[in-house]
Design a protein around this ligand. Structure first.
Ligand SMILES: NC(=O)C1=CN([C@@H]2O[C@H](COP(=O)(O)OP(=O)(O)OC[C@H]3O[C@@H](n4cnc5c(N)ncnc54)[C@H](O)[C@@H]3O)[C@@H](O)[C@H]2O)C=CC1
Ligand SMILES: CC(=O)C(=O)O
Ligand SMILES: [Mg+2]
Length: 372
Protein backbone atom coordinates (compact mmCIF):
# COMPACT_ATOMS: atom_id res chain seq x y z
CA UNK A 1 0.00 0.00 0.00
CA UNK A 2 1.14 3.57 -0.56
CA UNK A 3 0.97 5.41 2.76
CA UNK A 4 1.03 9.21 2.57
CA UNK A 5 1.88 11.64 5.34
CA UNK A 6 1.29 15.36 4.66
CA UNK A 7 2.63 18.24 6.75
CA UNK A 8 0.08 19.43 9.31
CA UNK A 9 -1.42 22.83 8.46
CA UNK A 10 -3.52 23.68 11.52
CA UNK A 11 -2.08 26.86 13.13
CA UNK A 12 0.97 26.12 15.28
CA UNK A 13 0.57 22.36 14.80
CA UNK A 14 4.06 20.91 14.82
CA UNK A 15 3.23 17.22 15.20
CA UNK A 16 3.46 14.74 12.32
CA UNK A 17 1.39 11.60 11.67
CA UNK A 18 4.28 9.25 10.93
CA UNK A 19 7.61 9.11 12.76
CA UNK A 20 10.67 7.90 10.85
CA UNK A 21 10.47 4.76 13.04
CA UNK A 22 6.89 4.11 11.89
CA UNK A 23 7.88 4.79 8.28
CA UNK A 24 10.72 2.25 8.58
CA UNK A 25 8.33 -0.39 9.96
CA UNK A 26 5.87 0.21 7.12
CA UNK A 27 8.68 -0.10 4.56
CA UNK A 28 9.86 -3.32 6.20
CA UNK A 29 6.30 -4.65 5.74
CA UNK A 30 6.66 -4.02 1.99
CA UNK A 31 4.73 -0.72 1.82
CA UNK A 32 5.68 2.54 0.13
CA UNK A 33 5.76 5.66 2.28
CA UNK A 34 5.49 9.17 0.86
CA UNK A 35 6.11 12.07 3.25
CA UNK A 36 5.62 15.75 2.40
CA UNK A 37 8.85 17.71 2.60
CA UNK A 38 9.28 19.35 6.00
CA UNK A 39 6.43 17.35 7.56
CA UNK A 40 8.57 16.17 10.46
CA UNK A 41 10.63 19.30 10.99
CA UNK A 42 8.46 20.70 13.81
CA UNK A 43 8.95 17.46 15.73
CA UNK A 44 12.69 17.39 15.10
CA UNK A 45 12.61 14.89 12.21
CA UNK A 46 14.24 16.27 9.03
CA UNK A 47 13.47 14.79 5.58
CA UNK A 48 16.79 12.91 5.73
CA UNK A 49 15.48 10.80 8.65
CA UNK A 50 12.57 9.67 6.48
CA UNK A 51 14.71 8.88 3.44
CA UNK A 52 17.04 6.91 5.73
CA UNK A 53 13.95 4.99 6.82
CA UNK A 54 13.19 4.12 3.18
CA UNK A 55 10.45 6.71 2.59
CA UNK A 56 10.19 9.03 -0.39
CA UNK A 57 9.78 12.79 -0.04
CA UNK A 58 7.05 14.66 -1.95
CA UNK A 59 7.40 18.36 -2.76
CA UNK A 60 3.83 19.29 -1.81
CA UNK A 61 0.66 18.13 -0.09
CA UNK A 62 -1.22 17.70 -3.39
CA UNK A 63 1.20 14.95 -4.45
CA UNK A 64 0.76 13.14 -1.14
CA UNK A 65 -3.06 13.29 -1.24
CA UNK A 66 -3.10 12.37 -4.93
CA UNK A 67 -0.92 9.27 -4.60
CA UNK A 68 -1.74 7.96 -1.12
CA UNK A 69 -4.04 4.97 -0.65
CA UNK A 70 -3.95 5.72 3.08
CA UNK A 71 -3.37 9.23 4.46
CA UNK A 72 -1.97 9.24 8.00
CA UNK A 73 -2.24 12.55 9.87
CA UNK A 74 -2.60 14.05 13.33
CA UNK A 75 -5.34 16.71 13.26
CA UNK A 76 -8.68 16.63 11.49
CA UNK A 77 -8.30 17.51 7.79
CA UNK A 78 -8.68 21.23 7.17
CA UNK A 79 -10.97 22.47 4.35
CA UNK A 80 -8.21 22.53 1.69
CA UNK A 81 -7.15 19.02 2.69
CA UNK A 82 -10.73 17.73 2.63
CA UNK A 83 -11.04 18.95 -0.94
CA UNK A 84 -8.23 16.52 -1.87
CA UNK A 85 -9.80 13.38 -0.32
CA UNK A 86 -11.61 10.83 -2.49
CA UNK A 87 -13.64 7.64 -2.48
CA UNK A 88 -11.46 4.55 -2.19
CA UNK A 89 -8.93 6.40 -0.06
CA UNK A 90 -8.41 5.72 3.65
CA UNK A 91 -7.92 8.54 6.16
CA UNK A 92 -6.44 7.67 9.58
CA UNK A 93 -6.27 10.65 11.99
CA UNK A 94 -8.10 12.52 14.78
CA UNK A 95 -11.48 13.73 13.47
CA UNK A 96 -13.62 15.00 16.41
CA UNK A 97 -16.70 15.10 14.15
CA UNK A 98 -19.45 15.62 16.75
CA UNK A 99 -18.89 19.39 17.11
CA UNK A 100 -17.86 19.86 13.45
CA UNK A 101 -20.74 19.73 10.91
CA UNK A 102 -18.63 21.26 8.09
CA UNK A 103 -15.96 18.60 8.32
CA UNK A 104 -18.56 15.84 8.60
CA UNK A 105 -20.35 17.08 5.48
CA UNK A 106 -17.09 17.27 3.52
CA UNK A 107 -15.90 13.81 4.55
CA UNK A 108 -19.27 12.32 3.60
CA UNK A 109 -19.25 14.26 0.33
CA UNK A 110 -15.76 13.04 -0.58
CA UNK A 111 -16.68 9.37 -0.10
CA UNK A 112 -13.43 8.80 1.82
CA UNK A 113 -13.20 5.94 4.33
CA UNK A 114 -12.16 7.58 7.59
CA UNK A 115 -11.07 6.08 10.88
CA UNK A 116 -10.93 8.42 13.89
CA UNK A 117 -8.10 7.86 16.34
CA UNK A 118 -10.21 9.11 19.24
CA UNK A 119 -12.87 6.40 19.06
CA UNK A 120 -10.62 3.35 18.61
CA UNK A 121 -11.05 1.28 21.77
CA UNK A 122 -9.10 -1.35 23.73
CA UNK A 123 -9.92 -4.43 25.81
CA UNK A 124 -9.90 -2.48 29.07
CA UNK A 125 -12.54 -0.01 27.84
CA UNK A 126 -9.92 2.66 27.16
CA UNK A 127 -9.17 4.79 24.10
CA UNK A 128 -5.58 3.80 23.19
CA UNK A 129 -5.09 6.39 20.42
CA UNK A 130 -6.54 9.26 22.45
CA UNK A 131 -4.75 8.32 25.69
CA UNK A 132 -1.21 9.45 24.81
CA UNK A 133 -2.42 12.91 23.75
CA UNK A 134 -4.71 13.07 26.78
CA UNK A 135 -1.68 12.35 28.96
CA UNK A 136 0.14 15.25 27.29
CA UNK A 137 -2.81 17.68 27.38
CA UNK A 138 -3.58 16.72 30.98
CA UNK A 139 -0.02 17.44 32.06
CA UNK A 140 -0.01 20.71 30.12
CA UNK A 141 -3.33 21.97 31.50
CA UNK A 142 -2.13 23.17 34.94
CA UNK A 143 0.98 24.64 33.28
CA UNK A 144 -1.03 26.78 30.82
CA UNK A 145 -3.63 27.48 33.49
CA UNK A 146 -0.92 28.73 35.88
CA UNK A 147 0.39 31.05 33.16
CA UNK A 148 -3.15 32.34 32.52
CA UNK A 149 -3.59 32.94 36.26
CA UNK A 150 -0.76 35.46 36.13
CA UNK A 151 -2.01 39.03 36.44
CA UNK A 152 -0.47 40.22 33.16
CA UNK A 153 -2.45 37.54 31.32
CA UNK A 154 -5.78 38.55 32.87
CA UNK A 155 -5.74 36.07 35.74
CA UNK A 156 -6.30 36.76 39.40
CA UNK A 157 -2.61 36.74 40.23
CA UNK A 158 -2.49 33.57 42.31
CA UNK A 159 0.58 31.33 42.53
CA UNK A 160 -0.23 27.61 42.26
CA UNK A 161 1.74 26.52 45.32
CA UNK A 162 1.32 29.69 47.38
CA UNK A 163 4.25 30.61 49.66
CA UNK A 164 4.85 30.15 53.39
CA UNK A 165 2.04 32.04 55.11
CA UNK A 166 -0.15 32.26 51.98
CA UNK A 167 -2.32 29.34 50.88
CA UNK A 168 -2.10 27.60 47.50
CA UNK A 169 -4.41 27.90 44.49
CA UNK A 170 -7.55 25.77 44.45
CA UNK A 171 -8.00 23.69 41.33
CA UNK A 172 -11.16 21.78 40.34
CA UNK A 173 -10.80 19.14 37.63
CA UNK A 174 -14.09 18.02 36.07
CA UNK A 175 -13.65 14.52 34.61
CA UNK A 176 -11.22 12.08 36.20
CA UNK A 177 -10.18 10.07 33.14
CA UNK A 178 -6.79 10.27 31.45
CA UNK A 179 -6.68 14.08 31.02
CA UNK A 180 -8.15 14.70 34.49
CA UNK A 181 -5.81 12.33 36.31
CA UNK A 182 -2.68 13.71 34.68
CA UNK A 183 -3.87 17.28 35.24
CA UNK A 184 -4.62 16.59 38.90
CA UNK A 185 -1.22 14.97 39.47
CA UNK A 186 0.65 17.92 37.99
CA UNK A 187 -1.50 20.57 39.70
CA UNK A 188 -0.98 18.79 43.04
CA UNK A 189 2.73 18.52 42.27
CA UNK A 190 2.81 22.31 41.78
CA UNK A 191 1.43 22.61 45.30
CA UNK A 192 -2.21 23.40 44.49
CA UNK A 193 -5.16 22.04 46.44
CA UNK A 194 -6.94 19.81 43.94
CA UNK A 195 -10.40 18.23 43.71
CA UNK A 196 -11.36 15.86 40.90
CA UNK A 197 -15.06 15.55 40.08
CA UNK A 198 -16.40 12.60 38.09
CA UNK A 199 -19.70 10.80 37.60
CA UNK A 200 -18.13 7.35 37.73
CA UNK A 201 -17.90 5.92 41.25
CA UNK A 202 -15.64 3.04 40.14
CA UNK A 203 -13.26 5.59 38.63
CA UNK A 204 -13.20 7.69 41.80
CA UNK A 205 -12.50 4.54 43.87
CA UNK A 206 -9.60 3.77 41.56
CA UNK A 207 -8.25 7.31 41.87
CA UNK A 208 -8.58 7.20 45.65
CA UNK A 209 -6.66 3.89 45.77
CA UNK A 210 -3.95 5.20 43.45
CA UNK A 211 -3.46 8.70 44.79
CA UNK A 212 -4.69 8.67 48.40
CA UNK A 213 -4.38 12.18 49.81
CA UNK A 214 -2.61 13.74 46.79
CA UNK A 215 -5.98 15.10 45.65
CA UNK A 216 -9.62 14.71 46.67
CA UNK A 217 -12.45 13.20 44.65
CA UNK A 218 -16.04 14.38 44.61
CA UNK A 219 -19.12 13.16 42.75
CA UNK A 220 -19.83 15.48 39.79
CA UNK A 221 -23.39 16.48 40.70
CA UNK A 222 -24.54 19.91 39.54
CA UNK A 223 -24.49 21.09 43.16
CA UNK A 224 -20.92 19.91 43.77
CA UNK A 225 -19.69 21.45 40.52
CA UNK A 226 -21.36 24.76 41.49
CA UNK A 227 -19.71 24.67 44.92
CA UNK A 228 -16.26 23.82 43.54
CA UNK A 229 -16.20 26.42 40.76
CA UNK A 230 -17.21 29.17 43.20
CA UNK A 231 -14.10 28.39 45.29
CA UNK A 232 -11.69 27.63 42.47
CA UNK A 233 -8.83 29.67 41.07
CA UNK A 234 -8.64 27.24 38.16
CA UNK A 235 -11.17 24.79 36.67
CA UNK A 236 -9.99 22.17 34.20
CA UNK A 237 -12.63 20.64 31.89
CA UNK A 238 -11.70 17.02 31.13
CA UNK A 239 -14.95 15.11 30.56
CA UNK A 240 -15.63 12.77 27.65
CA UNK A 241 -18.49 10.71 26.34
CA UNK A 242 -16.64 8.90 23.54
CA UNK A 243 -17.49 10.24 20.09
CA UNK A 244 -20.23 12.52 21.41
CA UNK A 245 -20.42 16.27 21.94
CA UNK A 246 -19.15 17.20 25.43
CA UNK A 247 -21.92 17.85 28.00
CA UNK A 248 -22.09 21.53 29.09
CA UNK A 249 -21.41 21.48 32.82
CA UNK A 250 -20.84 25.18 33.63
CA UNK A 251 -23.26 27.79 32.29
CA UNK A 252 -22.54 31.41 31.48
CA UNK A 253 -24.72 32.49 34.40
CA UNK A 254 -22.48 30.51 36.76
CA UNK A 255 -19.43 32.58 35.80
CA UNK A 256 -20.76 35.35 38.04
CA UNK A 257 -20.42 32.99 41.03
CA UNK A 258 -16.69 32.54 40.35
CA UNK A 259 -13.78 34.63 41.63
CA UNK A 260 -12.89 37.43 39.16
CA UNK A 261 -9.78 36.42 37.21
CA UNK A 262 -10.29 32.69 37.84
CA UNK A 263 -9.28 30.50 34.89
CA UNK A 264 -11.19 27.88 32.91
CA UNK A 265 -9.00 25.46 30.92
CA UNK A 266 -11.35 23.52 28.64
CA UNK A 267 -9.36 20.53 27.41
CA UNK A 268 -12.63 18.95 26.21
CA UNK A 269 -12.92 21.73 23.62
CA UNK A 270 -12.08 19.31 20.79
CA UNK A 271 -15.46 17.66 21.49
CA UNK A 272 -17.17 21.06 21.69
CA UNK A 273 -16.13 22.00 25.23
CA UNK A 274 -17.80 21.45 28.62
CA UNK A 275 -18.26 25.13 29.58
CA UNK A 276 -21.05 27.08 27.85
CA UNK A 277 -18.71 30.01 27.14
CA UNK A 278 -15.91 27.91 25.56
CA UNK A 279 -14.92 28.42 21.94
CA UNK A 280 -11.87 26.89 20.26
CA UNK A 281 -8.68 28.97 20.35
CA UNK A 282 -5.21 28.47 18.89
CA UNK A 283 -1.69 28.47 20.32
CA UNK A 284 -1.21 31.87 18.63
CA UNK A 285 -4.09 33.44 20.57
CA UNK A 286 -4.96 30.95 23.32
CA UNK A 287 -6.93 32.92 25.92
CA UNK A 288 -9.94 35.24 26.13
CA UNK A 289 -12.14 36.67 28.86
CA UNK A 290 -15.88 36.34 29.43
CA UNK A 291 -17.57 38.08 32.37
CA UNK A 292 -14.24 38.48 34.16
CA UNK A 293 -13.29 34.80 33.82
CA UNK A 294 -10.27 33.81 31.72
CA UNK A 295 -10.71 30.95 29.21
CA UNK A 296 -7.99 28.76 27.64
CA UNK A 297 -9.52 26.53 24.94
CA UNK A 298 -6.79 25.32 22.58
CA UNK A 299 -8.05 22.29 20.66
CA UNK A 300 -4.60 20.90 19.84
CA UNK A 301 -2.72 21.41 23.09
CA UNK A 302 -0.19 18.57 22.48
CA UNK A 303 1.06 20.43 19.39
CA UNK A 304 2.88 22.75 21.81
CA UNK A 305 5.23 19.93 22.81
CA UNK A 306 5.37 18.40 19.38
CA UNK A 307 8.38 16.15 19.76
CA UNK A 308 7.11 14.40 22.89
CA UNK A 309 3.61 14.21 21.41
CA UNK A 310 4.61 12.93 17.97
CA UNK A 311 6.67 10.11 19.44
CA UNK A 312 3.95 9.22 21.99
CA UNK A 313 1.24 9.24 19.32
CA UNK A 314 3.39 7.27 16.87
CA UNK A 315 4.01 4.57 19.47
CA UNK A 316 0.25 4.12 19.85
CA UNK A 317 -0.86 4.38 16.21
CA UNK A 318 1.87 2.22 14.67
CA UNK A 319 0.31 -1.25 15.19
CA UNK A 320 -3.06 -0.05 13.86
CA UNK A 321 -1.46 1.75 10.91
CA UNK A 322 0.43 -1.46 10.03
CA UNK A 323 -2.72 -3.60 10.33
CA UNK A 324 -4.59 -1.23 7.99
CA UNK A 325 -1.73 -1.22 5.49
CA UNK A 326 -1.10 -4.99 5.63
CA UNK A 327 -4.72 -6.13 5.44
CA UNK A 328 -6.64 -3.22 3.92
CA UNK A 329 -9.21 -1.36 6.02
CA UNK A 330 -12.05 -3.86 5.57
CA UNK A 331 -10.18 -6.96 6.69
CA UNK A 332 -8.42 -5.01 9.44
CA UNK A 333 -11.67 -3.81 11.01
CA UNK A 334 -13.32 -7.21 10.47
CA UNK A 335 -10.49 -8.79 12.48
CA UNK A 336 -10.36 -6.13 15.21
CA UNK A 337 -13.54 -4.81 16.84
CA UNK A 338 -11.49 -2.11 18.59
CA UNK A 339 -10.22 -0.65 15.33
CA UNK A 340 -13.76 -1.06 13.94
CA UNK A 341 -15.00 1.34 16.63
CA UNK A 342 -12.98 4.07 14.91
CA UNK A 343 -14.73 3.80 11.52
CA UNK A 344 -16.50 7.12 11.01
CA UNK A 345 -17.34 7.50 7.32
CA UNK A 346 -17.35 5.24 4.25
CA UNK A 347 -18.60 6.04 0.74
CA UNK A 348 -20.82 8.85 1.99
CA UNK A 349 -22.24 6.89 4.95
CA UNK A 350 -21.79 8.08 8.51
CA UNK A 351 -20.78 5.11 10.67
CA UNK A 352 -20.75 6.74 14.13
CA UNK A 353 -24.04 6.83 16.06
CA UNK A 354 -22.84 9.50 18.57
CA UNK A 355 -21.84 11.80 15.71
CA UNK A 356 -25.20 11.16 14.00
CA UNK A 357 -26.98 12.07 17.22
CA UNK A 358 -24.90 15.22 17.78
CA UNK A 359 -25.42 16.49 14.24
CA UNK A 360 -28.95 15.10 13.56
CA UNK A 361 -27.64 13.00 10.68
CA UNK A 362 -28.56 9.47 9.67
CA UNK A 363 -25.90 7.03 10.86
CA UNK A 364 -25.30 3.29 10.96
CA UNK A 365 -22.90 1.26 13.06
CA UNK A 366 -19.66 -0.08 11.55
CA UNK A 367 -21.09 -3.59 12.17
CA UNK A 368 -24.16 -2.76 10.07
CA UNK A 369 -21.91 -1.44 7.32
CA UNK A 370 -19.88 -4.66 7.27
CA UNK A 371 -23.03 -6.79 7.32
CA UNK A 372 -24.65 -4.91 4.41
N1 LIG B 1 -7.60 20.03 23.73
C1 LIG B 1 -6.72 19.10 23.42
O1 LIG B 1 -5.67 19.36 22.86
C2 LIG B 1 -6.97 17.68 23.80
C3 LIG B 1 -8.21 17.33 24.21
N2 LIG B 1 -8.48 16.07 24.65
C4 LIG B 1 -9.86 15.82 25.07
O2 LIG B 1 -9.98 15.76 26.49
C5 LIG B 1 -11.23 15.11 26.80
C6 LIG B 1 -11.01 14.06 27.89
O3 LIG B 1 -10.28 12.98 27.35
P1 LIG B 1 -9.83 11.71 28.24
O4 LIG B 1 -9.42 12.14 29.58
O5 LIG B 1 -8.88 10.92 27.41
O6 LIG B 1 -11.20 10.91 28.36
P2 LIG B 1 -11.50 9.72 29.39
O7 LIG B 1 -12.56 8.89 28.75
O8 LIG B 1 -10.24 9.07 29.85
O9 LIG B 1 -12.11 10.49 30.66
C7 LIG B 1 -13.30 11.19 30.63
C8 LIG B 1 -13.88 11.18 32.02
O10 LIG B 1 -15.04 12.04 32.01
C9 LIG B 1 -15.97 11.48 32.91
N3 LIG B 1 -17.27 12.07 32.65
C10 LIG B 1 -18.14 11.87 31.61
N4 LIG B 1 -19.23 12.64 31.74
C11 LIG B 1 -19.06 13.35 32.90
C12 LIG B 1 -19.83 14.31 33.59
N5 LIG B 1 -21.03 14.71 33.13
N6 LIG B 1 -19.35 14.85 34.73
C13 LIG B 1 -18.14 14.45 35.23
N7 LIG B 1 -17.36 13.53 34.61
C14 LIG B 1 -17.82 13.00 33.47
C15 LIG B 1 -15.88 9.99 32.65
O11 LIG B 1 -16.42 9.23 33.73
C16 LIG B 1 -14.37 9.81 32.49
O12 LIG B 1 -13.75 9.46 33.72
C17 LIG B 1 -11.72 14.55 25.46
O13 LIG B 1 -12.68 15.41 24.90
C18 LIG B 1 -10.47 14.52 24.62
O14 LIG B 1 -10.73 14.51 23.24
C19 LIG B 1 -7.51 15.11 24.70
C20 LIG B 1 -6.24 15.40 24.27
C21 LIG B 1 -5.88 16.70 23.74
C1 LIG C 1 -6.67 14.66 20.81
C2 LIG C 1 -6.44 15.89 20.07
O1 LIG C 1 -7.35 16.54 19.62
C3 LIG C 1 -5.08 16.35 19.85
O2 LIG C 1 -4.15 15.68 20.29
O3 LIG C 1 -4.90 17.40 19.22
MG1 LIG D 1 -12.14 20.69 14.84
Amino acid sequence: MLIGCPKEIKPQEFRVGLTPAAAAEAVSHGHKVLVETGAGIGSGFPDADYTAAGAEIAGDAETVFDKAEMVVKVKEPQAVERAMLREGQLLFTYLHLAPDPDQTRDLLGSGVTSIAYETVTDRMGGLPLLAPMSEVAGRLAPQVGAWTLQKANGGRGVLMGGVPGVGPARVAVIGGGVVGTHAARIAAGMGAEVTVLDRSLPRMRQLDDMFGQVFRTQFASGANIAEQIAQADMVIGAVLIPGAAAPKLVSRAQLSTMKPGAVLVDVAIDQGGCFETSKPTTHQDPIYEVDGIMHYCVANMPGAVARTSTIALGNATMPFMLALADKGWKQAIQDDPHLRAGLSTHQGKLTSLPVGEALSLEAITPDDLLAA
